[in-house]
Design a protein around this ligand. Structure first.
Ligand SMILES: Cc1cc2nc3c(=O)[nH]c(=O)nc-3n(C[C@H](O)[C@H](O)[C@H](O)COP(=O)(O)OP(=O)(O)OC[C@H]3O[C@@H](n4cnc5c(N)ncnc54)[C@H](O)[C@@H]3O)c2cc1C
Ligand SMILES: Cc1cc2nc3c(=O)[nH]c(=O)nc-3n(C[C@H](O)[C@H](O)[C@H](O)COP(=O)(O)O)c2cc1C
Length: 782
């Protein structure tokens, strides 16, 4: 077998090593345009988990790599004169040059041919090769030669960055967030060998301009960075080696394989440096390719296995890298945060590290986070404990005169079980049990302001006395038997009305017994849905009156809070999204025009709703569709409602148009809540695939929302909050009838939690940094 590998970076060399081990008879050649020791960059970083992989696949190179490595366990965050350190991270750094020399030596030893100073133009010279590995890096010529086939998408990010080095020793992976007269600068720095550290500097495009970095040469810009970070560098110089400022390209290729050619490493996909995974991805690609070649009987089949088997993992890492890079791009959102909350945000930015996870690794740090959170709550007038603060989920919140005892919320969820809009026994049990279960706040399902405002024949309403009496019974039960507050969500289905019950066909038009629908524009939801009538001014006035009347009935029922539903493609949302609003009057066109009617309705309700009671608005912060609402629009929408007197923005997404392409995942809507909260400076509630109390605490402690709503988790577990309170040892209200159950779970949780922590701590393998520290520790005197 003949294998040609273009590019002698980590991907190409490691692929050569693994393939040669597998097929000693194969003729494997690596073609590299540079000289053997002619390498850019400073250090590379691997996690302990990646090193475990290297150990398994090629012990000799693993041993040599780890002999050369610098290990560290801590991450240190420097911000506004403070430093927060968190241990247990298990990372290693090594010089990129040393890594490449080790891999070259190992490849040679196995019999791979390495041809340096050999620039390859096209693949024609490899006509007799069975496999051609394209490992030619981020600017891959071969990916571009076949651009139509590989279909790379290159997303050039807005921040500027440059790699530099220094002789400054570091004992932790170090983030420095530095305020300057021009704006914020960030340094990501780590030691990779004795007396050498990597420094990646990053800043936004405007700060870059203001700092006069445009047009400076490498040395001049290193001098500028040395001025900014001089206080930390302690007289150590910054070193340069192709240290030009650039914008990071996030590369994703639609296809990785063409005939017998395969893309590997940066050529196929990149991951932002802030999660330190470029070299790891490159070498793990090589592992995946070697595995696929070992299993399959033909090269063709192996390449298919490689692409299909590896894609999900790469996309997961890229997604984590995306989330992380966006955090760094928007660091100014958090610039006025308490430093410990800021540091918590840095640590948890990419979802893998959470509140509970940090509690195990760095309990002191989490205690500081809890105290800072409790201090904020105290500054709002609550007499909360600062010595033993509870977890953020159990800290109270005040909106106008309404106080909620904790931050867990039952999200609004239609039960499709009302008769002529009247909630019945099912609803009483449903809301009643969730209130008893301990959530601080409970939202009703979307309750419709008129018969024709319903989504389905099973939707609840609040337009007549019978409905008002039924809701009063529920509200009274909640108030009499729990500490929960209850919020009425009012809405109008618009073009998504007159549809079947959820379990009979979500959003599908009723075949019989339907009613006429209205919307901002006459656009059906499905092609076969009813075409809604475009609302005229008379209809707008009528519907506005219905919203106000329902709000007044809500006050008569005793609801604590009111929410206006402006999300999910229903009537008011249909005005806000440009995808559903094609009007040419003053209610269409610009965002300000599209917001005009929803704001009018909100203001009329606000005027009718008691001033001491809060109001929220639910929005779809993105339509997940081209040309639709984006996070930036959501900030403008939130600001507009904020000016109109909204107390909380309930940040959901999507469901506007049928062909939307949401990117689901854990806590997938939380970044929008983060953006709205910290840019529009309004209180927010986030929701969407949040399933654990750990996630709730992580979101709250990082300042990404003020309340956290859970929908589906509450459908199966009305006592979600009670259980979480037992776990965190926080108090939560419980009716006297259920106290024995509460006492039992609280008692058992202390032991369960101890067992869990012991298991986690015992089960956790020692990091290499810990092992190295143990090995070099002087023996204790007998
Ligand atoms: C300027 C710069 C500095 C960096 N510094 C660091 C750092 O300090 N730490 C870190 O972890 N990561 C660093 N990275 C990122 C890291 O190098 C990559 O994520 C990782 O090396 C990817 O490995 P790879 O093998 O896919 O690509 P590369 O390492 O880029 O290897 C590709 C190789 O292909 C060769 N090549 C390209 N075209 C041809 C051709 N036509 N013919 C023959 N050979 C060709 C190139 O010369 C190169 O050696 C840096 C990247 C850049 C651009
Ligand atoms: C059965 C069901 C009914 C829902 N009904 C409503 C509703 O009436 N109003 C609303 O704003 N959202 C409604 N939603 C959306 C939820 O409030 C929530 O935003 C969504 O389920 C995502 O959160 P989760 O992952 O915690 O379930 C509904 C969701 C479900 C599962």
């Amino acid at each position: 077998m003949k294998i040609a590998i273009i590019g002698g970076g980590p991907a190409g060399l490691y692929a050569a090593i693994l393939l040669k081990k597998q097929r000693p008879q194969a003729e494997i050649t690596v073609y590299e345009r540079n000289r053997a020791d002619d390498t850019f960059g400073f250090g590379v970083v691997f996690s302990d988990a990646t090193l475990d992989n290297f150990e398994k696949y090629d012990p000799p190179s693993y041993r040599r790599i780890t002999q050369e490595f610098a290990y560290w366990d801590d991450i240190a965050v420097h911000f506004r004169g403070t430093v927060h350190r968190v241990g247990g991270n298990g990372f290693c750094g090594c010089s990129r040059r040393t890594l490449l020399l080790i891999l070259q030596e190992r490849a040679r030893e196995l019999g791979v041919t390495l041809l340096f100073e050999t620039d390859i133009d096209d693949e024609a010279r490899f006509a007799d090769a069975d496999l051609i590995v394209l490992a030619d890096g981020i600017n891959s010529r071969f990916r571009d030669n076949h651009i139509e086939h590989f279909q790379p998408q290159i997303d050039l990010r807005s921040n500027k960055f440059a790699w530099m080095g220094s002789t400054k020793p570091l004992d932790a992976f170090t983030f420095i967030f530095q305020e300057t007269e021009w704006g914020p600068f960030i340094a990501h720095a780590y030691q990779y060998e004795a007396g050498r550290s990597t420094w990646i500097f990053e800043t936004d495009a405007e700060t870059f301009q203001r700092a006069g970095l445009e047009g400076l040469n490498e040395q001049q810009s290193a001098d500028r960075m040395a001025e900014i970070f001089g206080w930390f560098l302690d007289g150590h110089p910054l070193l340069i080696n192709r240290s030009m400022w650039r914008n990071f390209p996030m590369i994703r290729s639609q296809r990785w394989v063409k005939d017998n050619m395969v893309l590997l490493g940066d050529a196929k996909a990149t991951a932002h440096f802030s999660i330190g995974s470029g070299t790891k991805l490159a070498m793990e690609d090589a592992i995946a390719l070697a595995d696929a070649m070992a299993q399959a009987s033909t090269v063709d089949a192996a390449l298919q296995t490689y692409e299909h088997g590896r894609r999900e993992e790469v996309e997961k890492i890229q997604h984590a890298a995306d989330v992380s890079l966006v955090w760094f791009e928007h660091v100014d959102r958090f610039w006025d945060f308490d430093p410990v909350q800021f540091a918590f945000g840095v640590m948890t930015r990419a979802k893998a590290i959470t509140y509970d996870n940090l509690t195990l690794r760095a309990p002191e740090f989490v205690r500081e986070v809890d105290t800072a959170f409790a201090k904020q709550v105290r500054s709002k007038g609550f007499d909360v404990d600062l010595d033993k603060p509870t977890a953020p989920m159990f800290q109270p919140l005040k909106l106008r005169a309404m106080e909620v005892a904790n931050r867990a919320v039952v999200s609004p969820m239609c039960m499709y079980s009302a008769k002529e809009g009247v909630p019945g026994d099912f609803h009483l049990v449903h809301y009643g049990s969730r209130a008893i279960g301990g959530a601080g706040l409970i939202f009703t399902e979307m309750t419709c302001v008129g018969r024709d405002a319903r989504i389905t024949p099973g939707c609840t309403g609040l337009w007549n006395d019978e409905q008002q009496a039924a809701w009063t019974r529920i509200v009274d039960f909640v108030h009499a038997n729990s500490a929960a507050k209850i919020c009425l969500q009012l809405g109008h289905a618009g073009r998504k009305g007159a549809t079947k019950l959820m379990w009979e066909g979500m959003d599908r038009p009723l075949e019989q017994g339907g009613w006429d629908t209205i919307s901002a524009s006459p656009l059906p939801y499905f092609p076969d849905s009813q075409v809604p009538r475009e609302m005229d001014r008379a209809a707008m006035d009528r519907i506005k009156r219905e919203f106000v009347a329902a709000a007044q009935r809500g006050e008569a029922c005793g609801f604590d809070m009111l929410e206006l539903h402006c999300a999910h493609g229903y009537l008011l949302a249909s005005f806000i999204s440009p995808l559903t609003n094609e009007r040419t009057d003053e209610y269409g066109g610009s965002l300000a025009n599209r917001l005009r009617y929803p704001l009018e309705v909100f203001e009329a309700m606000r005027a009718a709703w008691p001033a001491r009671k809060p109001m929220s608005v639910r929005i779809s912060a993105t339509d997940w569709a081209a040309g639709g609402i984006t996070g930036d629009d959501a900030v403008a929408v939130a600001r507009a409602f904020g000016e109109a007197g909204v107390d909380l923005v309930d940040v959901s997404t999507g469901q506007t148009v049928r062909d939307a392409q949401p990117i689901y995942g854990r806590m997938f809507q939380t970044p929008f809540s983060d953006q709205v909260r910290n840019e529009a400076r309004v209180a927010t509630m986030c929701v969407g695939n949040i399933t654990t109390a750990d996630q709730v605490n992580t979101i709250l402690a990082a300042g990404r929302a003020d309340l956290v709503a859970l929908g589906r988790p509450h459908l199966v577990d009305p006592s979600f909050t009670m259980r979480a309170a037992a776990w965190y040892g926080a108090d939560v209200a419980c009716p006297p009838q259920y106290l024995p159950g509460k006492e039992q779970i609280f008692r058992n949780s202390v032991r369960d939690r101890q067992d869990f922590e012991d298991l986690k701590i015992k089960g956790k393998p020692k990091t290499r940094a810990e092992l190295k520290a143990e090995a070099t520790k002087p023996l204790a005197a007998e």
